[in-house]
Write a protein that binds this ligand. Structure first.
Ligand SMILES: [Zn+2]
Length: 136
């Protein structure tokens, strides 16, 4: 169940990403693969502005089926998006200009713009994280 760099996400977002994968399977959908989680500023072009991926609260998904990774003919991404929203995630399909249907983020700590106002840099936000107790 652990996928690429998922451990770099905020602990609460890790739980939500895992629940999303589990719920999708429970509903009989093709499996999810997590593709992008935290993108540091070093990893992205310097002129590129901050976004939610810099703050450890966003991840991107594809369908974990070879050659069908971005196939949405059966509305797979929309179905996963609906599950994500049910779990409390914000889904990129609702704001296609910001990542599109592959993108999920958690706004429970505020939007990334609000996080930037409070913490200035992602590292200051990361420093507030602690391992949370499992959800019961
Ligand atoms: Zn994204």
């Amino acid at each position: 169940m652990i996928q690429k760099n998922i451990f770099k996400l905020h602990p609460r977002v890790q739980v939500l990403a895992n629940l999303l994968m589990i719920e999708a399977r429970y509903e009989g959908l093709d499996p999810i693969k997590i593709t992008n989680t935290v993108i540091t500023q070093k990893e992205q072009k310097e002129e590129y502005p901050y976004n939610s991926h810099n703050w450890g609260v966003a991840f991107d998904i594809i369908r974990d089926i070879p050659y069908k990774e971005y196939n949405n003919r059966d509305n797979w991404f929309d179905k996963v998006g609906r599950i994500g929203k049910k779990l409390g995630l914000s889904w990129g399909g609702d704001y296609p200009y910001q990542g599109g249907k592959t993108h999920f983020e958690y706004k429970g700590f505020g939007t990334w713009e609000e996080l930037m106002k409070i913490y200035k840099v992602p590292e200051a936000f990361f420093a507030t994280w602690r391992v949370e107790q499992p959800l019961t």
